[in-house]
Design a protein around this ligand. Structure first.
Ligand code: NI
Length: 193
């Protein structure tokens, strides 16, 4: 991969970071079905992944999908380090997941609160499969195959939904459980997916 320094020297971004604008709900690009990645290891894919990582970290997100920065490819990134600030959330290893497929394991759905960088400042109670197997490819095209549950499974479902043009508010069963962070969780610091 090109380093951030090389990228800065090449012209575009004086800070060496490539933080991209995150599209907000209402933008039609968030409703489109994204296309599979056909070639791995290209400069275009590497640059996309750098931009996504810089953007996610800048916004302290737990995940980001390429369509959220206006790129209609089936690429998601996610990861969450356990923090005393969020004692109930398990850590999730940082993952680049390309052309993902999800297979729910069992019928059990759990409801929990989700946010999204494309729906800033809000939170909703969303049902998701508790456990699933996901497959896909990393940045080099090597296969990924994991069986996960709980928060890890939730984040994957949220991100893969972005690739199919679905934002989490459409999954909320009871819209009385949808609102602004400061009203729902006063004083809490919250991460968005
Ligand atoms: Ni999201």
């Amino acid at each position: 991969m090109r380093s951030r320094e090389q990228r800065a020297e090449s012209g575009g971004v004086s800070t060496g970071m490539a933080i991209r604008e995150v599209l907000k709900m209402g933008d039609p690009r968030l409703l489109a079905v994204a296309q599979p990645v056909g070639r791995f290891g290209t400069p275009e894919l590497e640059n996309l992944l750098i931009d996504m990582q810089d953007t996610m970290r800048h916004l302290s997100g737990a995940g980001l999908a390429a369509p959220q920065i206006g790129v209609g490819l089936r690429v998601v990134i996610f990861g969450f380090e356990h923090s005393p600030r969020y004692p109930e959330a398990e850590s999730v290893p940082f993952t680049i997941l390309i052309n993902p497929q999800i297979k729910p394991l069992g019928e059990t759905l759990d409801e929990d609160w989700e946010g999204c960088l494309s729906v800033p400042g809000m939170r909703g109670l969303v049902p998701r499969y508790r456990e699933l197997r996901y497959t896909g490819f990393d940045a080099a095209g090597a296969p990924i195959d994991r069986t996960v549950k709980d928060f890890h499974a939730r984040v994957v479902q949220h991100e893969v939904d972005h690739l199919d043009g679905i934002l989490y508010p459409r999954r909320i069963r009871d819209l009385s459980q949808f609102g602004f962070n400061e009203a729902l969780f006063p004083g809490e610091i919250i991460v968005d997916e």
